[in-house]
Write a protein that binds this ligand. Structure first.
Ligand code: PHE
Length: 506
């Protein structure tokens, strides 16, 4: 660390440092009195100096003691055991128990308490002499000390002003109920740090200008005044301005990329009929993905008129026999009732397929981004609710190669360069592929998106004539790769600290 330049210190800091030179340790009030600064100025400069590591601030607790209710009662008469000893001594150091019990100066059970205490402390001896029980003093106590200390305790006494002998007395006083009142005061004590000790004596308070005012400029006095230099290395409080959630930032970036590649965005509802989520995509009605373990169904609801009669009938034939698609179909009885069930969409592909049904385009480049839902166990890489990016290219001459090229470009724009494509399977595409990217952190290839060319069983029932390249994949995994996040749950914990410190340039 470079040595701090004391010229850059604020006048308040200089004043405080100067006042600390002669003191080993000082509290805020004392510092205020000594320096002539008000308490707010002291507080501010103490904060600054602490940041600069020129001082240390310790919180110290001091205790003070004073007489309580019971303590005040004995102040003039003395403690019962002291009175007991006095009584015995003034009786030639020998008194019978009977005589003591007849002594009117002891009230209530004072006498037995005093006897018990004095005996336990080995101050007295109790013995038999004929029929009498005799009490004698065997060890004296310092009555003067006790009396003086009680007197002293009328005012509050700080622990540092209590002598060793008094401390022993205090210990016994504290055992008596309501005898002593303890007051504890917490205060901040300020001391020069090692650096502070070195620098403080060199600090000079001079007449310098801390604020360049209009007056100084207009009068021209700024030319001759000494202006305090700024310390550009001085630590400042962290400020967290508002910012977008990393997921939203990423969604914006992905949209930007597809738009720059000539795509248009399309949207669709989160709640879908089974017809658009599964049936129109040639997913057989007994497919495991349709089970409730995998898909969230909306209870007790159905959607009527999911599509035109013609579309429903075409899709039904494709499933049962293949219809006019050149396929043999799945060869089962398609149930229109099941297609009316309502689900939280399990992928964004229903948006794509509905778009194709509505527009029957010969050429198209569209994409969509949205939430999808899967009834799965949540893990570091699986969420129940996540975002998908989905897109299609429709055209007379488009091929699988075009799609691989397009996605390679997309990943490149995200900074992912080690990408490859593997054969895969989806009920609605043929051929089917899956894109994989090499994860440096994990040291292995991870799956990014599914894709393929829509099967004739999907396109022909909707009246689509040209090939449709289609792909779709989760966004969270891409965000994790891009920003080096190792647990997808982190994105949705709403951990403010994490969100504030999240770095876009890991
Ligand atoms: N819908 C598939 C999924 O959710 C992805 C996909 C989209 C596959 C389009 C092929 C074509 O994983």
């Amino acid at each position: 660390m470079t040595e701090i330049d004391s010229n850059t210190f604020h006048p308040l800091e200089k004043t405080v440092l100067k006042n600390l030179v002669k003191k080993k340790s000082i509290n805020l009030d004392e510092l205020s009195t000594a320096s002539g600064l008000n308490i707010d100025q002291i507080r501010r400069s103490v904060e600054w100096l602490k940041e600069k590591k020129l001082i240390t601030v310790k919180s110290v607790e001091t205790k003070s003691y004073s007489l309580g209710e019971e303590g005040k009662k004995v102040l003039n008469v003395g403690l019962p055991e002291t009175r007991l000893l006095k009584t015995i001594e003034s009786n030639n150091n020998k008194i019978t128990l009977r005589e003591l019990s007849e002594n009117k100066s002891f009230e209530g059970n004072e006498l037995s308490a005093a006897l018990g205490y004095a005996r336990a402390q080995k101050l007295i001896n109790i013995s038999k002499e004929g029929n009498d029980t005799i009490v004698t003093v065997v060890s004296k106590i310092d009555q003067k000390l006790e009396q003086n200390f009680l007197q002293k305790l009328l005012n509050s006494v700080e622990s540092e002003n209590i002598s060793k002998d008094e401390a022993i007395l205090l210990k016994s006083f504290l055992r008596r109920p309501d005898f002593i009142i303890i007051n504890s005061i917490k205060e901040s004590r300020i001391e020069l740090s090692e650096t502070g000790l070195r620098i403080a004596p060199t600090v000079e308070i001079s007449d310098e200008v801390d604020n360049l005012t209009p007056d100084l400029i207009v009068s021209g006095n700024w030319k001759t005044s000494k202006i305090r230099p700024l310390n550009l290395n001085s630590p400042v409080p962290e400020i967290f301005s508002g910012r977008k959630h990393p997921m939203q930032l990423f969604i914006d970036e992905v949209k930007e990329i597809f738009i720059s590649l000539g795509f248009e965005e399309i949207q669709g509802p989160i709640i879908q009929s089974c017809f658009w989520n599964f049936d129109s995509l040639f997913t057989p009605q007994d497919h495991p993905a349709r089970e409730i373990q995998d898909t969230f169904y909306i209870e007790d609801s159905t959607i009527d008129n999911v599509a035109t009669q013609e579309t429903i009938s075409n899709v039904s034939s494709a499933h049962e026999t293949g219809g006019n698609t050149g396929s043999k179909g799945w060869r089962y009885k398609w149930n229109s009732e099941l297609s009316k069930n309502v689900v939280m969409r399990t992928h964004t592909t229903p948006i794509t397929i509905k778009y194709l049904a509505d527009h029957t385009p010969d050429d198209a480049k569209v994409f969509s981004i949205g939430k999808v839902f899967r009834n799965e166990k949540v893990t570091f890489k699986n969420l129940v609710e996540f975002n998908q990016i989905e897109g299609i290219v429709v055209g007379e001459k488009v091929t699988l190669r075009d799609m691989m090229g397009l996605l390679t470009k997309f990943y490149e724009k995200l900074g992912l360069h080690k990408v490859k494509f593997w054969p895969s399977f989806f009920p609605y595409t043929e051929p089917s592929l899956q894109s994989m990217v090499y994860h440096e952190g994990l040291g292995r290839w991870v799956e990014l998106a599914g894709m393929g060319i829509f099967r004739p069983e999907v396109t022909i029932p909707l009246g689509i004539k040209h090939p449709v390249l289609a792909w779709g994949g989760g966004l969270e995994r891409l965000v994790m790769l891009k920003y080096g996040i190792d647990d997808s749950r982190k994105l949705y914990e709403n951990d403010l600290d994490w969100l504030r410190r999240f770095s876009l340039c890991p």
